[in-house]
Write a protein that binds this ligand. Structure first.
Ligand code: HEM
Length: 396
């Protein structure tokens, strides 16, 4: 039977019975220190401005994680280091991948553990140098195996992403040609509808109602086709001065909002011009607003807050809907990613694409104060100096 990854790794570092015994011996010594080490481990994460952002669940999450880390240390030193162990470690690794935790923090975090355990080893085995070096060696092997398993889960994810991208690219070509072919018949239907409506007497209400319905559905189909084609081909981007307030107003007028939903904005009027394509930027607002209004349902609020930041304009788009589940946040901007019954999941990927083509960005940012609701932070560069005569209001 082929060697498993764990067996291969163990063979590579020469992890054997002697190491297992040494780790079990260390377990007896270090067990009492697990709670303290877990404290140090999470205190170090919380001290670090980048790593800390992963712990968005606050104190209760940290409390839970300390418990799971104690368990993790217990298994690390007690074994058995078998396939079930490996599977469990892969599951933990995938949790880190799922929350988009950068790989380099794993090395930093493992180093904190290494320092704590090495101190215990140095102190406890000081009088027995041979045992000391055996335990040190075994410990070093097992934490490096752990790191290897963690990296393996990141690689797994990368390969899955590559496979998805390849699938999408083949699929994209197909969709492009189908979309193109569908455009003409849809156009013919639209024109014929228009002519038919002109010929009907106003008394024929039922027929008019049905023709209107056909018209709405054709418009919907055309929109899907346009979105698909926009995704596949980049329309040439205009570079003109744009007042985002006007773009927002135009997008706002295009979306039907239920009476119980309050859509508001602040800070847009004070913004200087950005450079871009007003039509495509309108699409950004339309897609975000459409999603937000759908997520909010019959009552709630959608807010757009704009501010100047040192390198451009920052727009924070929030709604009071259920928010985006953590498990899909990472793939939120991928094409064909959708949680809706209707819709094919192009809206957000198109938004991202348009913003990036403008030199900007979009990210999902959970509300800092916790609570439900989605929150997107968009950035756009300003019109370069000298190309706009707008005066800049002070930065936030
Ligand atoms: C040596 C490195 C690390 C080890 C051994 C480790 C261990 C673990 C374990 C055992 C879990 C599973 C918790 C459960 O079963 O619910 C977990 C999840 C988690 N870890 Fe780590 N961790 C490491 C590094 C980090 C770092 C550096 C961060 C943050 C910067 C972090 C943040 C998290 C978060 C947020 C979860 C929960 C994920 C979720 O609920 O989906 N971990 N970690």
């Amino acid at each position: 039977m082929a060697e498993t990854l764990l067996e291969e790794l163990k063979r590579y570092v020469g992890f054997g019975r002697e190491d297992e015994q040494a780790l079990r011996s260390l377990h007896g010594v270090a067990r009492a220190h697990f709670p303290r080490i877990a404290e140090v481990f999470y205190a170090r994460i919380l001290e670090h401005e980048g790593a800390r952002t992963a712990l968005e669940g606050g104190e209760s999450q940290v409390g839970h994680l300390k418990g799971t880390l104690e368990n993790w240390m217990d298994q690390l030193l007690r074994g058995p280091w078998d396939e079930a162990y490996f599977e469990l470690r892969c599951r933990i690794g995938r949790m880190h991948v799922r929350i988009s935790l950068p790989e380099h923090y794993m090395f930093g975090a493992m180093n904190v553990l290494r320092q704590e355990f090495n101190e215990i080893i140095d102190t406890h085995y000081r009088e027995r140098p041979q045992e000391l070096s055996q335990v040190r060696r075994a410990f070093s092997k097992i934490v490096d195996l752990e790191l290897a398993v963690m990296l393996h889960t990141y690689r797994e994810d990368l390969l899955a992403q590559q496979a998805r991208i390849e699938r999408l690219s083949t699929f994209g070509q197909l969709v492009g040609s189908i979309g193109h072919e569908l455009r003409n018949p849809l156009g013919v239907i639209e024109t014929s509808l228009f002519i038919l409506k002109g010929r009907l007497s106003s008394a024929d209400e039922r027929t008019i109602k049905h023709l209107d319905r056909i018209g709405e559905q054709v418009a919907l189909a055309s929109r899907i086709v346009s979105d698909l084609l926009d995704m596949i081909r980049d329309r040439p981007l205009k570079h003109e001065p744009v007042r985002l307030e006007e773009v927002w107003k135009s997008a706002r007028a295009a979306i039907q909002v239920p009476a119980g939903v309050l859509v508001s904005e602040r800070g847009l009027a004070e913004l200087p011009e950005v450079r871009g394509d007003p039509h495509q930027l309108r699409q950004v607002f339309v897609n975000l607003l459409e999603n937000a209004v759908q997520a909010v349902g019959e009552s709630g609020a959608v807010t757009l807050a704009a501010a100047l930041v040192p390198d451009g304009v920052e727009l924070t788009f929030e709604d009071t809907g259920p928010g985006v589940r953590e498990s899909i946040r990472r793939r939120l901007f991928e094409p064909l990613m959708t949680t809706k019954v209707r819709g094919i999941g192009l809206g957000l990927s198109l938004v991202k694409r348009i913003l990036e083509r403008h030199g900007g960005s979009i990210a999902y940012a959970p509300r800092p104060e916790g609570g439900s609701g989605a929150r997107f932070v968009l950035r756009l560069p300003l019109m370069p100096k000298g190309e706009s005569d707008a005066t800049l209001p002070s930065a936030r």
